[in-house]
Ligand binder design. Structure first.
Ligand code: F6P
Length: 362
């Protein structure tokens, strides 16, 4: 077997499942007797001179904690040098060149980049950074907003965390005869709110992809057979003429209609928690697929799960497949995004089961 040296880097926001993927890639490298290093603090670590790395070969130090949230490699910090901060000060070219130089200095055969749609879009658009090494990407995000893959690392755990959280609130809601409006994360994608809302038995689920009518929401809540329950609201919903946080806007409308309620913001708890069995299995599937892609001399690819099959797709296919949206932090850059589709089976099931999900799919 040809000897290789590979690096692993986690970028963007963290999510539960990153440590499992890291550990499984290390396991797979150990099996092949390949060297493996971790880049610390994402692109900030790669930008440093010399690049901040940690030797992971034969390293079982994190085995016992490989199913806990966060990333043992870390993803960066508020003061980190990254694509966004470099673009802000007009030094994006110099930043990209430094990353390219670090990759050369590390003498790598392959880089496994575990990132979200921003990181993967940048990896595609600034591909020259990885010149000379095989670039294999693994999709991770609690938002499930990456095109071409049915699942991303961290989504299942986020749904579990949010469901458990909402379930606790349901008990409290019952004892005070009131409703809880829970604001979920997910950016512009409603997948997390939709899945957790269905899982907890919410009476209403509001997501950015579906237009809703506040009067009809109020009517629906008043007609329900209970005086307590959950209204799951995705952070990116909007109501014309209203401003403020999504949950606050809905809460105010309920107050006006004399429906007792409280808001709740689970925030980063959704990104924490022990990695679920499904995310662990996904992590192993992606690690195996990534290592095989390296052996097959593939490059500029992303691992995906499609209809139960693990495989790779090209980064350009990933980029073309999503809806392109301007990156809010880097002028001139578009990211490739996935949303809840109008024919999403869960949307139909929720509607059939009498959950208020709005009026019209956008
Ligand atoms: O993309 C992951 C995510 O958790 C989103 O769902 C959320 O809007 C955002 O990141 C929160 O970012 P931060 O951790 O910077 O507050």
């Amino acid at each position: 077997m040809v000897h290789k040296k590979i690096a692993i880097m986690t970028t963007g926001g963290d999510c539960s499942g990153l440590n499992t993927v890291i550990q499984r890639i290390v396991d797979a490298c150990n099996l092949r007797k390949w060297d493996v290093v971790g880049i610390q603090d994402g692109t900030d670590g790669l930008y440093s001179t010399p690049a901040k790395t940690i030797n992971l070969t034969n390293n079982a130090f994190q085995f016992a904690s490989s199913h806990l949230a966060g990333s043992i490699l870390a993803n960066g910090h508020a003061g980190a040098t990254n694509f966004e901060s470099s673009a802000r000060v007009g030094k994006l070219n110099a930043f990209n060149k430094r990353l390219q130089k670090s990759i050369k200095e590390l003498n790598l055969d392959a880089m496994v980049l575990i990132g979200g749609n921003g990181s993967l879009s940048l990896a595609h658009l600034y591909n020259e950074i990885y010149n000379g090494v095989q670039l294999i990407c693994i999709p991770k995000t609690m938002d499930l907003d990456i095109p071409l893959t049915d699942r991303t690392i961290g989504f299942d755990t986020a749904v579990q965390q949010l469901t458990s959280f909402a379930n606790q609130l349901l008990l409290i809601a019952r004892s005070h005869h009131r409703w809880f409006v829970i604001q979920t994360m997910g950016r512009a994608c409603g997948s997390l709110a939709l899945h957790a809302g269905v899982a907890v038995g919410a009476d209403a689920i509001l997501i950015p992809e579906v237009k809703f009518n506040i009067d009809n929401l109020v009517k629906h809540i008043k007609q329900s057979k209970r005086d307590y329950g959950i209204i799951m609201v995705s952070e990116a919903i909007s109501i014309r003429g209203h401003s403020g946080k999504a949950a606050d806007m809905i809460s105010r409308a309920l107050n006006t209609a004399n429906i007792p309620n409280r808001t709740s913001f689970p925030e980063h708890i959704q990104r924490a928690g022990d990695t679920t069995a499904n995310d662990r299995i996904l992590a192993m599937g992606f690690a195996d697929t990534a290592l095989k892609a390296i052996e097959n001399n593939e490059t500029n690819v992303m691992t995906v799960l499609q209809d139960g099959e693990y495989k790779t797709v090209s980064l350009s296919d990933f980029f073309e497949a999503g809806r392109k949206v301007k990156d809010p932090n880097i002028v001139g850059i578009m990211t490739s995004n996935r949303y809840v589709e109008p024919d999403d089976v869960l949307l139909q099931i929720a509607t059939d089961m009498g959950i208020y999900i709005g009026e019209k799919r956008k």
